[in-house]
Design a protein around this ligand. Structure first.
Ligand code: PBG
Length: 358
């Protein structure tokens, strides 16, 4: 049973304990104001009534890193509190996540160097790490939603999300062929949603068609639709050891200077069958989240990415900020911008904080 979700009143949380204060009649010299917005902030009860957005555990997806082998989880230096989990330890973690009431997890594999190749062929191995992990989670914790990443970068020796030609160009259509195989193999393993994060053109439609043809009409697509070429992914690439070995990702991921283009990408992905669209990163792209929300009728996800997490953790460890307040404020702001769900490495902490109450 997921725990009952308590109302989280951000303003309550920020304010000092309330003391009863006698109402003092206004002096004659007071200003003649028709509107006094502060009337709606006078005490926690009225603030609760007028609160427009509410962060809850129902909004959270927790990204998890799975590795081959057994033993202790391996800490990720640039993401304090995050680990690479061997499968048996990951399962324990997933149970806890489900017990906290977090509805979903996003899975990312750490692929050993010797299994990487230029084609990323390990990505569609039916006995690959992701496929085995999905099966194991589904047999142990069947109700938690699994979002599996569809992109080649953890699997390619060169670290790009696509196949590369002799000139170092990323090949679009050839890459989509591999992504389709990868998505179908994840569906076979039992995933709930495939989440293409590669930014190749046309991949959502190709994946939808292949899933349907194989009978997986119930497997959904969470499309990384507006995914930017961002420096905020640095710690994630440390976690997966997946940084590109040459060049950058600017021929497929979007230019941070653009937002109209985000709407175009979103439109294309919805036309091709995306069930949920995503904006990534989140913090520096709140305007994009807002625009996408206004522009579409499908649920909007935001990815509070590794670099955003690392900045908060580093400042908190130095005692420079209050981690709990900063995280709850930031995620509430993402909801205000229009996110219906948030992928965040803070999810487990947030779920616990929300249970504790303000
Ligand atoms: C890979 C992928 C990346 C992230 C999610 N999927 C990195 C990248 O595109 O280079 C980043 C997530 C994060 O930074 O938290 N396709």
């Amino acid at each position: 049973m997921p725990p009952a979700t308590g109302r989280y009143d951000f303003l309550d949380y920020c304010s000092a304990p309330q003391r009863k204060v006698e109402m003092i009649p206004l002096a004659n010299s007071s200003m003649d104001l028709t509107h006094r917005p502060r009337r709606l902030r006078r005490n926690p009860a009225i603030r609760r009534l007028v609160q427009e957005n509410l962060l809850s555990v129902n909004d959270l997806i927790y990204p998890l890193f799975v590795m081959e082998g057994e033993g202790e989880p391996v800490p990720i230096a640039s993401m304090p509190g995050c680990f690479r989990y061997p499968l048996d330890r990951l399962l324990v973690e997933v149970k806890t996540i489900a017990e906290l009431g977090i509805p979903g997890i996003a899975l990312f594999p750490v692929i050993p160097q010797h299994k990487k190749d230029a084609q990323g062929s390990e990505s569609f191995n039916p006995d690959g790490l992701v496929q085995r992990t999905v099966k194991a989670i589904k047999s142990l914790v069947p109700d938690i939603l699994i979002f599996t990443d569809v992109a080649l970068d953890p699997f390619t020796s060169h670290g790009h999300d696509g196949l590369v030609d002799a000139q170092g160009r990323i090949l679009n259509d050839e890459t989509v062929d591999v992504l389709v195989k990868m998505a179908v193999s994840q569906a076979q393993a039992g995933t709930d949603f495939v989440a293409p994060s590669d930014m190749m053109d046309g991949r959502v439609g190709a994946i939808r068609a292949a899933l349907d043809a194989a009978g997986y009409t119930e497997v959904g697509i969470l499309a990384y639709s507006a995914k930017y070429a961002s420096a905020y992914y640095g710690p994630f690439r440390d976690a997966l050891d997946s940084a590109p070995k040459f060049g950058d990702k600017k021929t497929y991921q979007m230019d941070p200077a653009n937002s109209r283009e985000a709407r175009k990408e979103i439109d294309l992905d919805i036309q091709q069958g995306a069930d949920i669209v995503m904006v990534k990163p989140a913090l520096a792209y709140m305007d994009v989240i807002y625009q996408v929300k206004q522009h579409t009728n499908v649920p909007v996800a935001a990815y509070n990415v590794s670099g955003e997490y690392a900045m908060v953790k580093a400042a908190a460890q130095n005692g420079w900020i209050d981690e709990k307040k900063i995280v709850l404020e930031t995620l509430t702001a993402m909801k205000r911008a229009g996110a219906d769900m948030i992928l965040t490495y803070h999810a487990v902490d947030v779920a616990r904080w929300l249970q504790d109450g303000p």
